[in-house]
Ligand binder design. Structure first.
Ligand SMILES: *Cc1c(COP(=O)(O)O)cnc(C)c1O
Length: 386
C-alpha cells in the first residue's frame, strides 16, 4: 500500500548524536538516552534497540512505569530509570523488572522497601529534589532529612540524587540559582558522609550550555534526536536531525481567483492558484494552529499552507513550484539538498516548541527506519554498570 503520510527515522543519526554527546561529556559522565513519549515520536522500541547492542548509552530514561515495562518486555536489559513518580501499588513491578525508580514520596519508599527480599538485588532509588521546577521532587528544605531516612532501608540502594532545570534554554540566572542549590545539597550530603554515585541535573541544554551541570550523568532527549532545544544556540556538538516527516501529494488543481479554501473560508485565492492537497492533518499531528501559517517542502521549495488544516488533509499553494503532481513527496520536516524544513520552523508557525511537534506525530503515522550512513562504533570506554 502507498502511504499518504509517514515518518522516516535515521537510526544512524541517533547513534551519531549519542556518540557526539558522549564525547562531549567525557567517558566519566554517563549518558542517559531519554526515550519517553515514544522517543519524542521517533519510536521508543526501535530507538532503544538501535542504541542497545552494541551499547551506545549507559541508561534509558522514561517518564512512566508503562514505558519502562515496554522496554523490558522488548528485551532491553540496559538500566532504565523512571523519571516520573510511581504509585506505591506498583512496587512489585519495579522489583520484577529491575527498574531504577525516582522517588519523592515516603509512601513509595516504604512500599518498595516492603517488597525487597534479602536475596534480591537492591532496588535502585534516585531521589529527586525540587530546586525550582515545581513539579516532582522532595521540597528542598526537607531533602537532606529525606535522603538520610531513605538510606536506612536495607534492600534499597540510594544510587542517584537528581533535580531538573526549568529554564536551561532561556534563563541563565534561574539556572545558576538551581545549580547553586543543588551543589549546596551535594556538599551537605558529603559533610554527612553520604556519597551518591549518580548525581544528575542536566537535560540537553543543561549539558551543552552548563558544563558544571553534568555531574555523573546527563539526560539527553531532544539533542539525541538531533534537534537543539534552542534554535539560535551554537551547539558544541554536531547534531544530526534524525526524523523526516513526509506526505504524498494526492491531488493538484487550479483554482480561480477569489475562491475560498477549507473550513471557515479563512483563505481566499488572490489569483489563479495551484492547490495541492496532502493527506496529512491535525489528527496526524500537524497542528491546527499552523493553518494559514505553516509550510511544507516540495521539490526543495516551500509551499505555504492555505486555509485551515483539517483532520486528515491540508492544502498548500504550489503555484510557484513548477511541475508538482500527485505522487510527489512533500516534507513537513526534512531536508532536500540545501533546502531544509526543521521542527523548529514548524513549531514557530504553530506557536509551539519542537518538542511538541515531534512528540505529537500520531502513532497512526507509520515509521520507516533507515540506517543510511554509518555512525562508526560507540565510544569504547563506557563505565559499564550492571
Ligand atoms: C524530558 C526530560 C529530559 C530531557 O530533556 P531534553 O531537553 O529533551 O534533553 C531530561 N530530564 C527530565 C527529567 C525530563 O523529563
Amino acid at each position: 500500500m502507498v502511504n499518504g503520510t509517514w515518518v522516516e527515522v535515521d537510526l544512524d543519526a541517533i547513534r551519531a548524536n549519542a556518540r557526539a554527546l558522549k564525547e562531549l561529556v567525557g567517558t566519566r559522565v554517563q549518558l542517559a538516552a531519554v526515550v519517553k513519549a515514544n522517543a519524542y515520536g521517533h519510536g521508543m522500541l526501535q530507538v532503544a534497540e538501535a542504541l542497545s547492542s552494541p551499547r551506545w548509552v549507559d541508561w534509558f530514561a522514561v517518564a512512566s512505569l508503562t514505558e519502562a515495562i515496554q522496554l523490558r518486555n522488548h528485551g532491553i536489559t540496559i538500566p532504565v530509570l523512571i523519571l516520573g513518580e510511581i504509585s506505591p501499588e506498583d512496587a512489585p513491578l519495579i522489583v520484577q523488572h529491575q527498574l531504577a525508580v525516582t522517588v519523592s514520596r515516603p509512601e513509595v519508599v516504604q512500599a518498595l522497601a516492603a517488597k525487597t527480599r534479602p536475596s534480591d538485588d537492591p532496588i535502585r532509588l534516585h531521589v529527586k529534589v525540587d530546586t525550582g521546577m515545581g513539579r516532582y521532587g522532595v521540597e528542598y528544605e526537607k531533602a537532606l532529612d529525606f535522603i538520610r531516612w531513605v538510606r536506612k532501608f536495607p534492600g534499597l540502594m540510594m544510587e542517584g540524587l537528581w533535580t531538573h532545570l526549568s529554564s536551561a534554554d532561556d534563563n541563565e540566572r534561574l539556572t545558576r540559582a538551581q545549580l547553586t542549590l543543588y551543589a549546596k545539597l551535594v556538599v551537605q550530603c558529603e559533610q554527612n558522609r553520604i556519597f551518591i554515585p549518580l548525581k544528575h541535573v542536566a537535560n540537553s541544554m543543561g549539558l551543552m550550555a552548563y558544563p558544571a551541570a553534568r555531574y555523573d550523568l546527563v539526560r539527553a532527549g531532544l539533542s539525541l534526536y538531533g534537534i537543539c532545544p534552542k534554535e539560535k544556540f551554537k551547539a558544541p556538538v554536531r547534531l544530526t536531525p534524525a526524523l523526516s516527516w513526509k506526505a504524498r501529494v494526492a491531488l493538484v488543481k487550479s483554482v480561480s481567483a477569489g475562491q475560498p479554501i477549507s473550513y471557515g473560508a479563512t483563505y481566499r485565492t488572490k489569483k489563479l492558484t495551484r492547490i495541492a492537497t496532502l493527506p496529512v492533518g491535525y489528527a496526524h499531528g500537524f497542528p491546527w494552529h499552523s493553518s494559514n501559517r505553516g509550510r511544507v517542502m516540495i521539490r526543495g521549495k516551500m509551499a505555504p499552507v492555505v486555509g485551515r488544516i483539517t483532520m486528515d488533509h491540508v492544502m498548500v499553494d504550489v503555484t510557484r513550484i513548477p511541475g508538482v503532481r500527485p505522487g510527489d513527496v512533500a516534507a513537513l520536516i526534512g531536508s532536500e539538498g540545501k533546502a531544509v524544513l526543521t521542527a523548529h520552523a514548524q513549531a514557530r508557525a504553530a506557536g509551539t516548541i519542537p518538542y511538541e511537534i515531534v512528540s505529537r506525530i500520531s502513532h497512526s503515522v507509520p515509521r520507516q527506519y533507515n540506517s543510511r550512513a554509518s555512525a562508526g562504533a560507540p565510544v569504547k570506554s563506557f563505565r559499564m554498570i550492571k
